[in-house]
Ligand binder design. Structure first.
Ligand SMILES: C[C@H](O)CC(=O)SCCNC(=O)CCNC(=O)[C@H](O)C(C)(C)COP(=O)(O)OP(=O)(O)OC[C@H]1O[C@@H](n2cnc3c(N)ncnc32)[C@H](O)[C@@H]1OP(=O)(O)O
Length: 716
């Protein structure tokens, strides 16, 4: 029963609700916001509340709880951080947060955090400053410190408290990756004290508070962990190893991870006080870095896109059942995300039993891995598997709301699929093609209901790649666009709506980049040097390795389509035909630019040197790594700008998201358009013109880029 309620002021974020049993609920509820985030001005309010609680002898303990139904606290307000103009300002914010949390930690009455839903960044730091944490077993509950994904570090004492709770190695793993723990994982790690159903969450927290001062849980460490973390020699090994693997992964492109390690090291080797100081200083510095700025932009862009329907003012129709045509790698992946992420039952049609089996196996393998790791119950796996069924004919397709085709890249076959779906499904069933290169307008050419035909281009592997391109042709209806966008979002994708032009956006900007790398190879640049140069630039893999992964033949198939519609600059070097004639299709054929199968030595990627003879070149290499990266990347930037000029992408933001999520364009650079703004259109135009004079027309800057350079405008 509630006794009295106090608020820290009008429009207050915190309210104190006293219970008859002596426990007070400190409820956080930021007015007008979907999710609680921490802002500078709250420090004073919390301090006021804590004073009131301390002075009120009728209160014996506190439960901190969120006033939002499904979330605890999503961290510090990223907008607030983005508006900092100096490192000192951001350091002060960090110091303020640290001091409030310090007050809580030292508070004489027990404070228990009752967590339901996301508890991230500063939210987890707040919870860690409490004397104990209970969380709900809701699938929405997730605890983590994702600051590194924003180019930051936990600046509210997280780098000091997390290692104490979960150990140095586990805390580094969490802080360096930003990974979030589900309730059970958090319990196992020692991050929370108990996991209970949400219905008894607050009652359980109250009970703990009633028991009086909570003793900090002793960290359970294995013998190995004790050896490594319990003395400075062992810790040196841990920190050195962490730094080494960070550098191997980031190539020095991301400053935050090394700063995180430094904070933890300082806290462990010197004193917590110094640890906090270093944390605040590094935090201030990181907030002002261009890397963090770009990563924050990425957060704002994706958050904005979550709210968009694809067509303003047109609400999506519900998709209650889906069909997939073709049970190959793509079809299997699409069925998986439909059944497990979108939670929509899906029927897979293939021409052979093998195809259906392959699609089912795709999902089975992924789910089984989860069961083995105990992330999922076997019964849940069975439930999800039962949402995927297979057929050799169109039985069970008559009530599908959307059918995604993932058959061979063959226009007449795809047109036949359209006719089949029109014959066997409802008049309003959407036909979505997963083509990577064929114009959607042509696929819809013979359709009775072309307004239902759309492109829905996924990236491989479908379960991992976050992007989907949605391609409307001239006659696609707004309703079809809106429903398809919503469907892709439910599948966990970030969709961008692009124009129906050859290569759409992602493959179109990728092709000139890959071609340029191929030309540099034919001019004698060694394969590993090309790959290293672009990985150093920030791509996850280099262009040669990417060709091996995707399939050298796939590139060769797309290139003539792009050349026919868009021009000579898309022509792949002829010498590459020799690779295909040699059966050298990349990884899938165990033969590519690198060695695979038995020929490959374990652990290290090795170039297949015989390829040089086949291409008639002697690898020597006169370009620097920076020159290599610049040549390839500028070709991509030029094409991206051409796409923007032609309206292939609706705006620079969509293009940046497409390039980052679809190709792995370095996120810390913010995407091709943000990068153009950073380098300056004038500089890029000058460089391209210089190359055009030296090497030929394909380098010529596009009109949109020239205009921008002349007018002094920017993409954003
Ligand atoms: C000092 C500290 O150590 C520094 C920090 O804490 S930095 C911040 C660390 N926290 C994060 O990075 C978490 C960022 N947020 C997220 O990842 C996701 O929002 C989430 C997983 C919490 C929820 O995702 P989802 O349910 O899809 O909701 P989503 O649409 O993203 O967010 C809901 C709203 O909360 C806002 N929001 C969420 N986290 C926010 C944050 N940290 N700052 C500002 N706004 C935030 C979103 O902008 C959105 O606002 P809107 O309703 O006006 O559009």
């Amino acid at each position: 029963m509630t006794e009295t309620t106090t608020q820290a002021g009008e429009n207050s974020v915190f309210s104190l609700v006293r219970q008859e049993n002596g426990i007070a609920h400190l409820i956080m509820d930021v007015p007008g916001e979907t999710m609680n985030t921490l802002k500078a001005e709250f420090s004073e309010q919390v301090t006021e509340m804590l004073k009131e609680i301390k002075d009120d002898s009728s209160i014996t303990g506190v439960v901190i709880v969120s006033g939002k139904a499904d979330s605890f606290v999503a961290g510090a307000d990223i907008n607030m951080l983005a508006s900092c103009t100096t490192a000192e300002e951001a350091t002060t914010l960090s110091r303020q947060g640290q001091m409030v949390f310090d007050q809580m930690e030292k508070f004489p009455k027990p404070i228990i955090a009752a967590i339901n839903g996301p508890c991230l960044g500063g939210g987890l730091e707040l919870a860690m400053a409490c004397h104990a944490r209970i969380c709900s077993d809701s699938p929405k509950t997730a605890l983590g410190v994702p600051e590194v994904q924003l180019g930051l570090l936990p600046g509210g004492g997280g780098t000091q408290r997390l290692p104490k709770l979960v150990g140095i190695q586990k805390s580094l793993d969490m802080m360096l990756t930003g990974k979030q723990l589900r309730a059970k994982q958090a319990l196992k790690a020692g991050l929370v004290d108990d996991v209970v159903p949400n219905t008894i969450l607050v009652a359980t927290a109250e009970k703990l508070a009633l028991a009086g001062k909570v003793k900090a849980k002793q960290l359970k460490r294995s013998l190995m962990d004790k050896l490594l973390e319990g003395n400075s020699f062992g810790r040196k090994v841990v920190f050195d190893q962490a730094s080494k693997s960070v550098l191997a992964k980031t190539k020095g492109n991301y400053p935050a991870p090394l700063k995180i390690i430094d904070c933890v090291r300082t806290g462990a080797e010197n004193s917590p006080a110094m640890g906090y100081q270093v944390e605040a200083d590094h935090f201030g510095h990181l907030v002002m870095t261009p890397e963090s700025e770009q990563l924050r932009n990425l957060f704002f862009a994706t958050t904005e896109m979550k709210k968009e329907d694809g067509v303003e003012g047109v609400a999506p129709e519900k998709v209650a059942k889906a069909g997939v045509l073709g049970g190959g790698l793509m079809g299997g992946g699409i069925a998986f995300v439909t059944a497990t992420k979108a939670k929509v039952p899906v029927r897979v049609k293939d021409i052979a039993h093998n195809g259906i089996n392959a699609a089912l196996k795709y999902s089975f393998d992924l789910l089984n891995k989860k069961v083995k790791r105990r992330f999922m119950r076997h019964s849940e796996m069975q439930k999800q598997m039962s949402a995927i069924t297979g057929t050799l004919d169109y039985s069970g397709f008559n009530d599908t709301d959307i059918v995604v085709e993932a058959v061979f890249e063959d226009l007449s076959l795809k047109q036949k699929m359209v006719a089949d779906v029109e014959q066997h499904c409802k008049p309003e069933t959407i036909f979505a093609s997963n083509t990577s290169s064929l114009p959607i307008g042509q696929i819809a050419e013979k359709a009775e209901r072309p307004e239902n035909v759309i492109g829905l281009h996924y990236f491989s592997p479908v379960d991992k790649m976050p992007l989907a391109e949605i391609i409307a042709h001239e006659k696609t209806s707004d309703q079809t666009i809106s429903t398809t966008v919503a469907f892709a979002k439910k599948q966990g994708k970030t969709p961008i709506v692009v124009k129906d032009k050859a290569g759409f956006f992602v493959n179109r900007i990728l092709a000139p980049y890959m071609n340029e790398a191929a030309r540099m190879l034919l001019a004698g640049e060694p394969i590993e040097k090309l790959d290293k140069a672009l990985v150093k630039f920030g791509f996850p893999v280099g262009p040669m390795q990417l060709l091996d992964e995707v399939g050298i033949d796939i590139g060769a198939k797309i290139s003539p389509i792009l050349t026919a519609e868009l021009g000579e600059r898309f022509t792949a070097p002829e010498a590459f035909d020799r690779l295909i004639n040699d059966g050298r299709l990349g990884k899938k054929s165990n033969k590519g630019f690198y060695l695979y199968g038995k020929a490959a030595k374990k652990g290290k990627k090795q170039v297949d040197e015989t390829i040089y003879g086949l291409l008639g070149i002697t690898p020597s290499g006169s370009l620097t790594e920076q020159e290599i990266a610049k040549r390839s990347v500028y070709m991509m930037l030029n094409e991206a700008m051409r796409c923007l000029g032609e309206g292939v992408v609706r705006n620079a933001r969509d293009g940046d998201i497409g390039a980052i999520f679809g190709i792995g364009f370095p996120p810390f650079l913010g995407g091709p358009f943000r990068y153009i703004d950073k380098v300056g259109a004038v500089n890029i135009v000058n460089q391209l013109n210089q190359w055009a004079q030296q090497h030929g027309d394909r380098y010529k800057p596009c009109q949109a880029l020239v205009d921008m350079a002349e007018q002094g405008t920017t993409c954003y």
